[in-house]
Each structure stands twice: as C-alpha cells, then as structure tokens.
Design a protein around this ligand. Structure first.
Ligand code: ADP
Length: 190
C-alpha cells in the first residue's frame, strides 16, 4: 500500500484521527493532519498558531490563506513522495480545487478520498464524550460543537460532490467498533 496518496474525510468526530493512527501503520505513509498541525502551532504559540486560535476556538475554518500555505509547504517535503494520508484537508470545495493545483504542480495524483460517514446524532454524542476524555477546547462548548457541525454541512460536505465524479471517493460506514471500521477501510483500499 506504500505509495498511495489518500485523503481522509468526514465530519468532526467521525473517528478520522483514530483511523489515521491505525492506517499509517498499515500504509507506511506520513500522517498529515491539519488539525494536529494547528494544535501543535497553538501549543507552541507560533504566529500561525495565534492566528488560527480564534477560528478554531469557535469551530470555524481557519482562513484559506493560512491553511493552504501550511498544507502546500508540508506536501512539498520529500517524505510525501512515498505517499501520504491527508487528514482534515480539504474541508471546502475551494480547498479541494487548491489541493488539485498543489498536487499537479508536484506531479502527484490522488488515489482515494475515504469518507467516514456518521450521523449527526452520533457526531454530537462522540464529541461531548471526547470532551470528557481528551479535554480539547473545541469539544467543551455545545455551541462550538454545533458550529463545527454546521461548518461541516455548509462548507465541507460539498467536497463529496467535487470528488464523486472523479471516481476516487470511497464511502465507509463509520458506525461500529474501531476495528470494524478499520477493516472496512482496508478492504476498500484493496
Ligand atoms: P475535527 O475533525 O474534530 O473537527 P480537526 O482536528 O480536524 O478536528 O480540526 C480542528 C480545527 O482546526 C477545525 O475546527 C478548524 O478550526 C481547524 N482546521 C483543521 N483543518 C482545517 C482546514 N482544512 N481548513 C480550515 N480550518 C481547519
């Protein structure tokens, strides 16, 4: 599976991070998570982190000029030549179009977009549960959770229609045990 270029897509709380951690072991590719990159910058109080903070804390998307430059920079690193698992990007149709530009300038083709699908009720339940366990700031406030769900619906979900005609979109039922979902993804990649 090494050498595959994959986007992991799905609503907040879909389990992208959990599945990504398992998938990178299987695929032997770097995990590129925009959420993790922002949180890392936030923790270290970099300029980028400070800029991203106000958007993240209210469950909005960080502006494209910040996000796209960060992703373009990461994708230009040499380890990406071996394949990658991109998690949390794109999150809007303009970002999807921009990803196409970045990848074509690097002569890289996207192989799969894995969509982990879960219902709104399940998303809400998982995010409030995660708040108790991980204590992530953007999981704590129900209004912020709602805003992330709304942002997903209005800005991110349309990406599915962007990718569907390209025949690289794989829909995965994201309800079940972590192991069951991982098996579904592996099967879809074979
Ligand atoms: P989740 O999948 O639970 O929403 P992430 O860790 O992927 O969490 O992202 C956390 C926050 O980081 C998002 O709510 C958003 O503010 C910001 N973020 C992550 N990826 C992007 C992106 N591609 N574009 C804009 N903002 C992003």
């Amino acid at each position: 599976m090494k050498g595959k270029n994959i986007v992991l897509f799905g609503p907040p709380g879909a389990g992208k991070g959990t599945q990504a951690a398992k998938l990178i072991g299987f695929l032997q590719v770097p995990h590129i998570s925009t959420g993790d990159m922002f949180r890392h910058n936030l923790k270290n109080q970099t300029e980028l982190g400070k800029k991203a903070q106000e958007y993240m804390s209210r469950g909005a998307l960080v502006p494209d000029e910040i996000t796209i430059a960060m992703v373009a920079d990461r994708l230009s690193q040499p380890d990406v030549k071996e394949g990658f698992l991109l998690d949390g990007f794109p999150r809007s149709t303009p970002q999807a179009a921009e990803l196409d530009n970045i990848l074509s300038s690097l002569s890289i083709q996207l192989d799969y977009v894995i969509n982990i699908a879960v219902s709104d009720e399940e998303v809400r339940a998982r995010l409030s549960k995660r708040a108790e366990i991980e204590g992530r700031a953007d999981d704590r406030d129900p209004a912020v959770i709602q805003n992330r769900i709304d942002t997903y619906k209005s800005q991110s979900e349309p990406c599915l229609e962007y990718y569907r005609p390209k025949n690289i979109l794989v829909d995965i039922n994201g309800t079940g045990t972590i192991e069951e979902i991982f098996e579904r993804i592996k099967k879809a990649l074979q």
